[in-house]
Design a protein around this ligand. Structure first.
Ligand code: FMN
Length: 371
């Protein structure tokens, strides 16, 4: 009981800090400024022909945008989850809920997640639990999370740095791959593995693919900085040692553009690019690098605290920018955008060149970039 109460207050802190303070990376970005899509001045396309429809996890969606899981467990979270789910259903895109652990320990909190299904009876909902909890409790917890919202997929979040610096965290990941394999055998819905802002490397993605997951959501660095959020909490809770570790690792992580390139080269899984995605142009660049979907969390938090309409308006803005990028690269649809010409610059180019030995398919991307 005490554990669930503390999860609830932690979730409240997360929303409060994320809404009221600047919790993005200060120095590191998601590195999309190091990707240039090549302008096409003669696109042979009309504006009204541009198509955003796409496929993800063998389902058809209205556009390649995904609402990342953020919250649950409190009254405010209930409102946020409801508004996000309604917006996602209206636009026919997937939507996640935040970690459901609190509601599994305290079933009376389940309604703060189930509201997503109530507001989106036919929507594509993604359940969420932590890798640490999967290792500790086995598939049962994940099955309960899926049943709670009648989910279409489950996201298992891996957050080793967050667990290390969280005052009440536990960074026990030994046995994760075996636990994922066991989960795969138990489930009929696909498993997405995600980070929460430090990115997933090609090598980690390959091992996760072998364990049977269907998609990787890279959740790279450059957007919401969980180490900073936990640093603020650790200082408030006088957890001095955790706070100092958090300070040292504040800029740690694989920038989203680099993680997207690596995971695409290393696996044949569905790839979600998330972490610091802020515009439709970021989304277009991520898709050209190999993403199937582009995930947004923080930019949708404040609109979701207001209304479903505010979330829809924000996503329509991003979609309009993505459509502009389609025309400007001469790509009539998302499949063509995946083959659009791009140039890698600066540190992203260095990253890609140095990682070619590890992931030979990256060489193709580099050749593509040089074409
Ligand atoms: C307020 C907030 C709460 C979050 N809670 C969760 C969570 O419970 N589970 C999870 O997997 N990710 C969680 N995330 C991480 C996001 O899903 C996403 O991976 C990350 O924030 C990067 O995206 P962004 O830069 O667009 O915010 C949360 C993010 C925010 C902003």
């Amino acid at each position: 009981m005490r554990e669930a109460l503390s999860i609830e207050s932690r979730k409240r802190d997360h929303i409060k800090i994320s809404l009221n303070q600047d919790v993005s990376y200060k120095e590191k970005t998601s590195w999309f400024e190091f990707v240039e899509l090549v302008h096409n001045a003669a696109p042979e396309l009309n504006e009204d022909e541009l198509r955003l429809e796409t496929r993800f996890l063998d389902r058809a969606f209205g556009m390649p945008l995904l609402i990342e899981g953020m919250t649950g467990g409190t009254a405010e979270a209930e409102k946020i989850n409801g508004n996000l789910a309604e917006a996602a259903a209206t636009l026919n895109i997937p939507v996640g809920v935040g970690s459901q652990r609190a509601a599994i320990v305290r079933p009376e909190l389940a309604r703060t997640f189930r509201v997503a299904r109530d507001r989106a009876p036919d929507g594509f909902l993604i359940a969420n639990i932590g890798g640490v909890q999967l290792v500790e409790h086995g598939p049962e917890l994940a099955v309960k999370a899926i049943e709670m919202i009648d989910a279409d997929a489950i996201a298992i979040h891996l957050n080793p740095l967050q667990e290390l610096v969280q005052p009440d965290g536990l960074a026990n990941f030994r046995g994760l791959l075996g636990a994922l394999g066991e989960l795969r055998r138990e489930l009929s819905v696909p498993i997405i593995v995600k980070e929460v802002g430090c990115g997933i490397s090609g090598d980690a993605a390959r091992r996760l693919e072998e364990a049977g997951v269907s998609a990787i959501d890279v959740a790279g660095s450059g957007g919401t900085n969980w180490t900073l959020i936990e640093l603020i909490r650790a200082e408030e809770l006088n957890s001095v040692e955790k706070a100092r570790v958090a300070e040292t690792f504040l800029e740690w992580g694989i920038p989203t553009a680099a993680a997207t390139l690596e995971v695409r080269a290393a696996t044949s899984l569905y790839v979600v690019a998330s972490g610091g995605m802020r515009t439709g142009l970021d989304a277009a660049k991520a898709i050209a690098l190999g993403a199937d979907m582009v995930g947004f969390a923080h930019p949708l938090l404040e609109p979701a605290a207001r209304s479903a309409e505010a979330v829809i308006e924000k996503l329509k803005q991003i979609a309009a920018e993505l459509k502009a990028a389609l025309l400007l690269t001469g790509s009539g649809d998302i499949e063509k955008l995946k083959a659009a010409d791009f140039i890698l610059l600066g540190p992203l180019l260095q990253w890609a060149e140095q990682r070619c030995r590890e992931h030979p398919k990256l060489r193709n991307k580099l050749n593509h970039a040089r074409r």
